[in-house]
Design a protein around this ligand. Structure first.
Ligand code: ZN
Length: 280
């Protein structure tokens, strides 16, 4: 599932390709109608055609294409969405659901096996994304801010990290990796995180996300960049999906538990169980 580093990789790929380009045609498979949430394919096409892309941004896991009339085309890849930059006459992608042609002979292809992805137009004054916490790579994401957010929370720390209203863009892969890097057990109650741990956790979140971008995202399953190439994070993870394999630091087998319905991977030695924590 694409998280901040995957979406940011696509954003960086598309920014120089799309900025200044004008949308010439939009074709959405009517069977993929949920993609457009509240608009029909015809209404969506009428709204986008002729618009020029002025910016390619990102907020959390959302891609934000700023248009010349002040609106924003908001794309969320969800589970298996892909945005691929292709020549207009290139053959259809597997599971292609929509295509957006630009001037200049290229366009975007949208493919989505599971069909959970969404496209939306946020008009000029609309907030393009729901309420999201700060960007973990921005300066506002400080240890002090994080400590304030953690205070009094009884949820397991892993669940706290996945809550997009607290921190935008972290998902299952990078939350597990950040907890390992910080040496904190995923079941530790969020409000019980100590002062030293808060600083380590803040730094670990930023580091694993930055490394994720450097490795161009994680391609455990469906994710590819805007050219269709896999990222390489999966070759660098220390705990995620390494159940039963030796920890690179201490040699003990990595364990897997389920926290808040999500598979969670950790080292029982490097991330000691919290006092009184029963584990699950
Ligand atoms: Zn270890």
């Amino acid at each position: 599932v694409p998280e901040l580093p995957e979406v940011e990789t696509i954003r960086r790929d598309l920014c120089p390709l799309l900025t200044g380009r004008t949308i010439a045609a939009v074709a959405v498979d009517p069977a993929t109608a949920p993609l457009l949430l509240d608009r029909s394919p015809d209404a969506f096409q009428a709204r986008l055609c002729g618009r020029t892309v002025r910016s390619v941004g990102r907020r959390g896991k959302y891609l934000l294409f700023g248009l010349d009339d002040g609106a924003t085309w908001v794309v969320h890849l969800r589970m298996t969405g892909r945005l691929l930059w292709r020549q207009r006459d290139a053959p259809e992608e597997p599971y292609q659901r929509a295509a957006v042609a630009f001037d200049g002979g290229h366009g975007l292809r949208w493919s989505d096996v599971r069909k959970f992805g969404t496209w939306r137009i946020a008009e000029r004054l609309d907030d393009p994304t729901p309420a999201l916490g700060p960007e973990p790579l921005d300066e506002e994401f400080t240890a002090g801010w994080l400590a304030g957010q953690l205070q009094g929370r009884t949820a397991p720390l892993k669940s706290f990290l996945l809550d997009q209203r607290r921190i935008a863009g972290l998902g299952n892969i990078y939350a597990d990796e950040a907890l390992f890097a910080a040496g904190i057990h995923p079941l530790l109650e969020a409000g019980a995180v100590g002062a030293d741990q808060v600083t380590r956790l803040r730094d670990a979140c930023a580091t694993v996300l930055r490394e994720g971008i450097e490795h161009r995202g994680a391609s455990f399953r469906d994710y590819v960049d805007a050219s269709g190439n896999a990222g390489s994070v999966q070759g660098h993870v220390r705990v995620f999906r390494r159940t039963g394999r030796p920890c690179y630091t201490c040699g003990i087998a990595i364990e897997r538990i389920v926290v808040g319905g999500r598979a969670t991977h950790f080292c029982p030695v490097c991330q000691p169980r919290p006092p009184g924590g029963e584990g699950r």
